[in-house]
Design a protein around this ligand. Structure first.
Ligand code: ADE
Length: 260
């Protein structure tokens, strides 16, 4: 949808819907009331709604956990309240992609985040306890995502991480140039940044950054990004399809390193 602003400029209105199934909606205050995501909600660029399985529990204690068949430690989320909350969210957000967050999911990376942004409507299921019944995953979930090879106590933090990383890519949420220069946006880590003061305990800001020569600064930054990626994430360099200029700069970085 396009809307005309006061000074007659065209601007894109991109609304992304996140419907979240969680027994801890209050945890999301961290992204709703603060920073970039908070502003995106205020500007109605993202819309977040919650569905709490506890509201769908029909027992006296409003419990939302149940014992696993076959025994073993820990509990699972009860099927019925979880299923009813998914059903409600789906009915209110038609054509949404349903995502279950778990360490068993596909590991996310920036490229995937750039694809996800096009989905526009996502229902996140935040598991708790030891997880959820496999039949919910098989019949209600479109994709299972993980934010890394470690185990969290629930999917809420993972959902917040993903919403944060998606939100900052929506036009109008943050400065376009800073998104373009992100780490990973070109399969490289970010170059080093410096601000005032010029000297901290005998550590100086690289002189080139005062030169005012934008081309020289671009080359220096690219060389640093290549070098840092080669040092810290050789896996990324291996898979990067480096252009001729980038290969030359990386070789120069390596040579400097050897000479030091
Ligand atoms: N829930 C628990 N651990 C998780 C992880 N690593 N990623 C996504 N959701 C999770």
């Amino acid at each position: 949808m396009k809307k005309k602003t006061k000074n007659n400029q065209q601007c894109n209105i991109n609304l992304i819907w996140f419907y979240i199934i969680t027994i801890f909606p209050k945890m999301f205050d961290a992204i709703i009331h603060y920073g970039v995501t908070g502003r995106a909600i205020q500007k109605k660029i993202i819309n977040i709604q919650f569905f709490n399985p506890r509201d769908f529990s029909d027992n006296k204690y409003k419990s939302v956990d149940d014992r696993p068949y076959g025994g073993g430690p820990g509990m699972l989320m009860s099927v019925k309240p979880l299923y009813l909350s998914i059903k409600k969210a789906k009915s209110l957000l038609q054509d949404a992609m349903v995502v279950y967050l778990s360490p068993q999911g596909k590991k996310l990376h920036q490229k995937k985040i750039l694809e996800i942004i096009k989905k526009k409507k996502i229902i996140f299921i935040c598991g708790r306890y030891e997880g959820i019944d496999q039949r919910i995953i098989d019949y209600q979930v479109d994709e299972e995502w993980s934010i890394g090879d470690y185990v969290l106590t629930g999917g809420e933090l993972a959902a917040m991480v993903i919403i944060d990383s998606i939100s900052r890519l929506i036009p109008g949420v943050i400065n376009k140039k800073s998104v373009e220069e992100d780490s990973f946006s070109h399969n490289l880590l970010d170059y080093p940044h410096y601000t005032r003061p010029k000297i901290i305990k005998n550590m100086h800001v690289p002189k080139i950054l005062f030169s005012g020569d934008h081309e020289k600064i671009r080359i220096w930054r690219l060389k640093q990004a290549l070098g840092k990626t080669w040092e810290k994430r050789p896996d990324l360099i291996k898979n990067a399809n480096l252009k001729k200029e980038e290969k030359i700069l990386l070789n120069a970085f390596k040579k400097n390193k050897k000479e030091k």
